[in-house]
Design a protein around this ligand. Structure first.
Ligand SMILES: Cc1cc2nc3c(=O)[nH]c(=O)nc-3n(C[C@H](O)[C@H](O)[C@H](O)COP(=O)(O)O)c2cc1C
Length: 353
């Protein structure tokens, strides 16, 4: 099962294993570098069917950190093109995660403290959000977005999608999870707007649906479009939750989204998250069962048997691994050997597996 192919539109994944988006905080001016080529390329050599880039910002001020990857300028296409062609040459599919950090923009990378960066330290202001509510103490108060800002962000996603196609990506994932801009609109905890983009469920989901539809229009019909959702804010009262995620997924399916990548959390700093092996998998299962859309499960999936069970029991269509892929870029080849499937390393490595 883990090694069964999956066809989505005209793209065939050779197995059900994907590399989760992981910020590398290693870009200058949003440019990919040799680091990205080796990091992403190694995981393609390692046998992942789908290699997703880290969050690539659609706007300069939408970066999480000053070192984020970006797709807000045509100059950023070239190096990404080199990376996608390498990934493709390994029989893998290259995907890009398009993102905007909203009120969580302008923070330092984890090894520099993971805190807001001031303008004299390479940060920027204002940061944008649906409402003027800071993420946490010490974070900047964001500027509540005007409708013009909202239109500009939608346009930026569309422009980035066009660049993604030029760069040779075959999958786009819209990042609508982890408390970043799209999720900030979804959650009543960060969205207190009283216009068409806030309040009722239909209004809070409006921006994400507009972005997904606009991207779908320019993204070729034969190529898949994914959305990563935080299925819940993990807040008992008044937050975004699984019921809303199910309703939204159904509508996103109508908008031409092919797969929901089911993560959770990130809107508020103090949420209690019951982290453990496969802790987010039930979200993928419920959304898949109730809406019929393809889902990906992510979060503390580490063993081949666990991944196989998730797929066999119909909880998800794809398993997405992050940290385990940092520990072992060759996880798919090792998993194949363990599950009695045939590892398919590149010929150069065939004597090792
Ligand atoms: C170093 C690192 C960077 C990450 N960057 C992103 C990102 O850019 N976009 C995203 O959606 N999730 C990001 N995540 C979250 C992962 O994609 C994944 O959802 C999470 O780590 C849980 O999966 P795991 O238990 O397999 O690591 C990141 C995680 C790590 C460890």
């Amino acid at each position: 099962m883990l090694f069964d192919p999956l066809k989505i539109r005209d793209v065939t994944l050779k197995n059900r294993i994907a590399v989760s988006p992981m910020c590398q905080y290693s870009s200058e001016d949003g440019l990919a570098s040799d680091w990205h080529l080796v990091h992403l390329g190694s995981r393609a050599v390692g046998g992942a069917a789908l290699v997703l880039t880290e969050a690539a910002s659609v706007e300069e001020r939408g970066r999480i950190s000053p070192q984020d990857l970006g797709l807000w300028e045509d100059d950023q296409i070239d190096m990404l093109q080199r990376i996608t062609s390498f990934i493709r040459a390994q029989g893998s599919v290259a995907g890009v995660q398009l993102a905007h950090a909203g009120r969580k923009a302008s923070t330092s990378r984890p090894w520099d403290g993971n805190e807001p960066v001031e303008t004299d330290q390479g940060g920027w202001r204002p940061v944008l959000a649906p409402s003027a509510i800071p993420f946490d103490e010490g974070y900047p108060t964001p500027e509540a977005m005007s409708v013009d800002h909202i239109r500009a962000v939608t346009k930026a996603f569309v422009q980035a999608a066009r660049r993604a196609q030029e760069a040779g990506f075959q999958v786009i994932e819209i990042h609508a999870a982890h408390g970043y801009l799209m999720h900030q609109f979804l959650s009543p905890l960060s969205n207190e707007r009283t216009d068409d983009y806030g309040g009722a469920f239909e209004n809070r989901i409006r921006l994400l649906r507009e972005v997904a539809s606009a991207v779908r229009k320019v993204w070729p019909d034969q190529l898949p479009l994914f959305v990563r959702l935080s299925a819940t804010d993990w807040v008992a009262d008044g937050g975004w939750d699984l019921e809303q995620s199910v309703k939204l997924s159904r509508l996103l399916k109508e908008d031409g989204v092919d797969l929901i990548d089911c993560s959770s959390g990130g809107t508020v700093p103090k949420a209690k998250v019951p982290v453990g092996p496969g802790y987010q998998t039930p979200f993928a299962e419920r959304i898949r069962r109730d809406t019929g859309i393809l889902t990906a499960a992510v979060g503390m999936i580490t063993s081949p048997e666990q991944a196989e069970t998730i797929l066999r029991t119909g909880q998800a269509d794809v398993v997405v691994l992050a940290r385990e892929f940092l520990r072992d870029p060759y996880w798919p080849h090792h998993a194949a050997a363990k599950l009695g499937a045939k590892p398919s390393p590149p010929v150069q490595y065939s004597r090792a597996f």
